[in-house]
Design a protein around this ligand. Sequence first.
Ligand SMILES: Nc1ncnc2c1ncn2[C@@H]1O[C@H](COP(=O)(O)OP(=O)(O)OP(=O)(O)O)[C@@H](O)[C@H]1O
Length: 615
Amino acid sequence: MTLPETAANPSAADRTFQVDLRGLVDLLSHHLYSSPRVYLRELLQNAVDALTARYALEPAAPADAFGVRLYADGSVVRVEDDGVGLTEADVHRFLATIGRSSKRAERIAEERGDFIGQFGIGLLSCFLVADEIHVVSRSARAPGAPAVEWRGRGDGSYTVRTLPASARPRPGTTVTLTPRGDAGEWTRPAQVHALARHFGSLLRHPVTFDDGTGGPGAPVNPEPAPWARAYPTPGTRSRALAAYGEEVFGFTPLDTIELDLPAVGLKGIACVLPEAVPAGRRHGHRVHVKGMLLSEQAEEILPEWAFFVRCVIDAESLRPTASRESLYEDDTLAAVRDALAERLRAWIARAAASDPDLLARFLQAHHLAVKSLAVHDDEILRMLLPWLPFETTDGHTTLDEFARTHRTVLVTSSVEEFRQVAAIASAAGLGVVNGGYTYDRELVHRLPEVRPGNSVADLDPATLTAHLDPVDRETELAASAYLARARDALAVFDCDVALRAFQPASAPALLVDSREARHERTRSQLAREQEGGLWGDILGALRQEAPRAQLILNQLNPLVRAALAIDEPELARTSAEALYGQAALLSRRPLRPAESSLINRSFLDLLAHALRKDS
Ligand SMILES: Nc1ncnc2c1ncn2[C@@H]1O[C@H](COP(=O)(O)OP(=O)(O)OP(=O)(O)O)[C@@H](O)[C@H]1O
């Protein structure tokens, strides 16, 4: 078999991709970078990477031997570094080749982790504010090589020429931008200074800023990161960290937790928010990599439950994405997230064990966050469940306090059930917790794991009714006519009526109406509506007799006593409907349309009756 002779066909020869630089810059500015201001971050980052490479070349050089100088006078922005610099060959290879980076060249692959950049596109961000990038550089690797000048333009063209050594006597690189008219917002001297401080305040090499008005350059990062400074006492240290947190986030932290994970070279602080945040709302954290601020909105460094803190961290080995505004979701990030979560747990444990005041303030603000955490975390549950606040028949109290007075803790399954029974249950000496809020019922049921002496049971209507005193036979008999009328009036709601004596006497009636009973009624109603059809048969077959709503009238209540004595059938009926309506309103559950119209009607009937009586 012979192969077709493609090589002879000139149209099949290998060609090189053409890059439309303007299109590429447009793509970056709209889809990669959040704002043109990132040009300064990229220039700073290149300068810092160049210093890192220079120190690798000259490890004996003193720590402050090399630095970065920024200059902006309104007409140019210049970033000058004492870094490793570039030879002419480097300029062709790295500056003029989009997507190529010296920071992942093979021979230094093992050192790549030392650099912030790696994609070989960062420099293009300068085209967001200028049409030309001017670079003069001299290599520290080849001290004898001449200085080299590169001019790259936004249309994709560039020039390179060598310059006499005097043009750049020492190794390093100077990048100069002449901003476009529309980029003044990002290139004014004050703005350049502010951006440098914003991105570079934690950089570990000295960076200065000069606005061209004379005098020495102002330091951009005069001090090391607050956690890297030495303090005379632990108290001064924690106050300084709290002050830093306040400066960065604008709130006074409830407490400041130091973060330190040597394995990934991570240091920083977590500031505990002094006020509750809506559950599930995640706050962004400030993430620096090798001192450079990457993101103010990084969510991924902590698990979702940690929404009660905001962190500032500086890490060596987290990998930024090409936009630099988020982090690669890799194993390191997962390990960092776990380790930081562990640190927060340890802080909670310490507060629980030795700082009750701090714990109380923390739980007051963040009990919801802690509840969501305790549901999945046995250790947190064991430490904190007793201290968590719940709504109970003794008011808002901690579970510990409540469990001391009630060996058996009853818990409702909804807020409305709790509203229905709270006053009466507490008068009957029952201890009930409102289990209707997210996590609460689940958590209360786990109380015996922490306090084995206590038991927990769901409160069903039968438990409560069993605690209400029956009335004597005579009273029951005397009330029977009224009760029969009332049952008749409320039959449409599948509601039974009973008479009991219970405290508080001010409560005329209690509507015991469990969720299951309501579902059952809806099912019955549907079955009636669909009678005859297949669906009706199915629903009918599902129908249970058991749960019905029950209106329990309170024989101790003066109004109920008066109602029981009503002879007039219509008025008896209306009063029963009104008592039902009032009890349904008190339960604060959503009313069905028939119930709303019943309340309306009974109110008007009673009004009419009262007016008739007066006239
Ligand atoms: N100040 C500088 N000193 C020395 N070399 C530099 C400097 N600025 C840029 N370079 C060279 O130009 C290359 C391309 O820079 P560019 O900012 O586009 O990408 P990068 O920093 O390598 O990666 P990233 O796209 O992640 O920023 C760098 O890899 C580096 O070799």
